[in-house]
Unconditional design. Structure first.
Length: 267
């Protein structure tokens, strides 16, 4: 394809993706009340003493346009997530013509696994929201009471979901580094204690709530996923060792293969 054809193809993929986002955002706007109820459920599950109005779950807005912008923002976020299979598929269709068959197979596998891991991290984040809010809002003592704005609450929820979702991609990163030969399974096992300690330090710093429960809820699954990645890397290294890590396992690293001997000299 020429450059113009590539640009036309890209424009077509972008237009289809945007139309999908517009449709899903419109649907999300119709059901935005249900989405907001689901988002605020962790906050509403807290004891009444954590809220200004004890018998009501109230999140405030501070501007005339803010109710509209908040509703639009929630609908857009939900629409982008709901349309993700479509725009990811369009992105995939744009990239695949430049890949070999085996590269397409591996890339598709990694894309699917990365999406599943991100969704798993987001689910863990949602399950830990109530504990994180309980820890943070529990400092409102001595006559203090929290009156949260929906914007600040939404930012906190998004930060939690992004931190958990991105962190759960750790095993995929480890496996990729192993498969391209950057790090071996033996080295991963040797670095295990240091990596686990680093995971807990990262969880303590990265989680927005920074409470012990949320830190553990992020660190322990990451350690488990890292262990799974090490097992997969070990299996991969053994398979490579059985069939030979190169096409010419009998040659030294600095010895020319027959292919190199047959190549004409470049002048």
């Amino acid at each position: 394809m020429s450059l113009t054809e590539h640009l036309q193809e890209l424009r077509h993929r972008v237009v289809v993706s945007l139309l999908a986002v517009v449709v899903t955002t419109t649907i999300a706007y119709i059901f935005h009340a249900h989405i907001m109820t689901w988002l605020t459920h962790p906050y509403c599950s807290l004891p009444d003493s954590y809220r200004l109005v004890a018998d009501r779950c109230t999140l405030v807005t501070t501007g005339v346009l803010e109710p509209f912008t908040v509703t639009l923002k929630v609908s857009l976020y939900a629409g982008v997530i709901a349309a993700s299979p479509i725009w990811l598929w369009e992105l995939w269709r744009f990239i695949t013509p430049g890949l070999y068959r085996h590269e397409r197979r591996y890339a598709m596998t990694f894309v699917v696994i990365s999406i599943l891991l991100f969704l798993l991290g987001g689910a863990f984040a949602y399950l830990t929201l109530e504990k994180g809010l309980h820890f943070l809002l529990g400092f409102a003592t001595g006559g203090l009471v929290s009156l949260l704005s929906f914007n600040s609450y939404l930012s906190f929820v998004l930060a939690m979901v992004l931190v958990f979702g991105v962190s759960f991609e750790l095993p995929l990163l480890v496996i990729m580094l192993n498969w391209v030969g950057v790090v071996s399974a033996a080295r991963l096992r040797a670095w295990g204690r240091g990596i686990i300690f680093g995971i807990f330090v990262f969880a303590a710093v990265a989680t927005p709530s920074q409470d012990p429960f949320t830190m553990s809820a992020l660190a322990l699954p990451m350690c488990l996923l890292f262990g799974v990645a090490v097992i997969i890397a070990t299996i991969h290294d053994r398979r490579v060792a059985r069939r030979g890590s190169t096409l010419y396992p009998d040659l030294d690293d600095d010895e020319l293969s027959s292919i190199d001997d047959d190549e004409p000299a470049v002048t």
